[in-house]
Design a protein around this ligand. Structure first.
Ligand SMILES: [Zn+2]
Length: 438
């Protein structure tokens, strides 16, 4: 097989065929012949009149360790639609690019998954090239209609430059969380710019906005979309619950440590060497054990490993207050797993359960110091729009009538026998008593 035929089959360049292959120290240079006689402007207008010609190279995807360059004659045309001289569009590269479409698509895909330095080292190109490629690909792929038909959106910030700079990201819940807008900063003005771009009509049709518990996004939404229901993002709500659990765990850990110190002081100086025969076996370091219950309490029950399940099981058997905290947290998480959002108010009313009936332990379950405690943020019942609010706003056709809920499998009782959240009331009384005793 001739080299040109082999390269024709390997590269499969659209709209061109391989006329020659040259192996150079810098890489493989593949000469291309064009099939189309008409010149096509990037705007779409076409002509047969050639303004002038030159030769150009495009970097393609590597073959083995060798870089590949496509070389072809490229023409310019006088475009009547653009009113100026422009370089013709070629099928294998984007206008103005010095890289092939395949190469740019790979760079854009990698740029979403790794940092820029890694992309430049992997594909042997410069930082500027990666930035320009990403700009070109985004400009081509950006959906101009992305800001139309926004009904339920989510707003959050992401940090970059090691947490020193922020971006505000807006996602569309009705399109599987597709990102529809990004702006620099995390202030009310940043989100306000999004609402201004959305326009008055667009803001009026937004029914629900999920956000964190900060004041900035709330302020912008109050100002621009006052009719939209403001919902608490599950991530931030569960983060607050986890923070409260961590405080409870540290409280329990300190209690156990103080107990151990007290017992050690009473036992007198420690004996050195092997313990005498018949002495009781060494007891477990309870403070250390409580300290290491962290991940068993914080992780999603679906992702617990066997030893973490064992820890939860032990907390439940010992009627630990930490287990009750965990139950409360998981009860809160269940709010976002309800099949029918209309059940949310009832779930919230029942959520604290018997623990709220009595006085809750003061120190082990300190109230989170976040905005929920101050009452400046929307209440938890806003996690879902209430039936009345949904009924008041006309649901658009082809739109689901509910907010998207995480479609995750709830752990079955048979899978995790210790995940019993609806214990008998008598058990709760016992738990509380044990908690106060501790
Ligand atoms: Zn043109």
């Amino acid at each position: 097989m001739r080299a040109t035929t082999a390269f024709n089959k390997m590269l499969a360049i659209p709209g061109a065929h391989v006329t020659g292959v040259v192996f150079t120290p810098d890489g493989i240079v593949v000469d291309l012949g064009r099939r189309a006689k008409r010149l096509r402007c990037p705007c779409g207008w076409s002509t047969r009149a050639v303004y002038d010609r030159s030769r150009r190279s495009w970097r393609g995807l590597d073959l083995g360790t060798a870089k590949v360059f496509l070389r072809a004659s490229i023409r310019r045309l006088m475009c009547r639609r653009c009113g100026r001289v422009r370089t013709e569009a070629v099928p294998w590269a984007r206008p103005g690019a010095r890289f092939t479409r395949d190469f740019e698509d790979v760079v854009a895909w990698l740029a979403q998954r790794m940092d820029k330095s890694a992309v430049t080292r992997l594909l042997r190109c410069s930082w500027e090239a990666v930035a320009n490629i990403v700009t070109r690909v985004v400009a081509e792929q950006l959906d101009e209609t992305r800001l139309r038909d926004l009904y339920r959106i989510g707003v959050d910030e992401v940090s970059y430059r090691k947490g020193h700079r922020y971006l505000t990201v807006v996602a569309d819940h009705d399109r599987d969380g597709a990102v529809v807008w990004v702006g620099e900063g995390k202030s009310a003005a940043t989100l306000g710019a999004f609402y201004e771009q959305l326009g008055e009509d667009g803001c009026a049709q937004v029914q629900a906005v999920s956000m964190d518990l900060g004041a900035a996004f709330k302020k912008a939404t109050d100002a621009h979309a006052p009719t939209a229901r403001q919902c608490v993002d599950p991530f931030h709500l569960i983060a607050l619950a986890n923070e409260a659990i961590n405080k409870a765990r540290r409280w329990a850990w300190n209690i156990e440590r103080d107990k151990a110190r007290h017992a050690a002081a009473q036992a007198g100086p420690k004996r050195r060497g092997r313990p005498p025969a018949g002495s009781p076996p060494p007891t477990r370091d309870q403070a250390r054990w409580v300290k290491h219950t962290r991940w068993a309490l914080l992780k999603d029950p679906e992702h617990l490993n066997a030893s973490q399940l064992q820890v939860l099981h032990e907390l439940r058997r010992s009627h630990s207050v930490l287990y009750r905290c965990w139950q409360l947290k998981e009860g809160l998480r269940d709010l976002y797993r309800l099949a029918d959002p209309a059940d949310a108010p009832e779930h919230l009313n029942c959520w604290p359960g018997p623990a709220a009936a009595g006085s809750p332990p003061s120190s082990p379950c300190p109230r989170p110091s976040g905005p929920t405690a101050t009452g400046s943020s929307p209440p938890c019942s806003s996690a879902y729009p209430t039936p009345s609010s949904r009924a008041s706003t006309q649901d658009p056709p082809d739109q689901p009538s509910r907010l998207r809920t995480p479609q995750r499998r709830r752990p079955h009782r048979d899978d995790l026998p210790l995940l019993r959240r609806t214990d008998h009331p008598a058990t709760h009384t016992k738990v509380r008593r044990t908690a106060f005793k501790a």
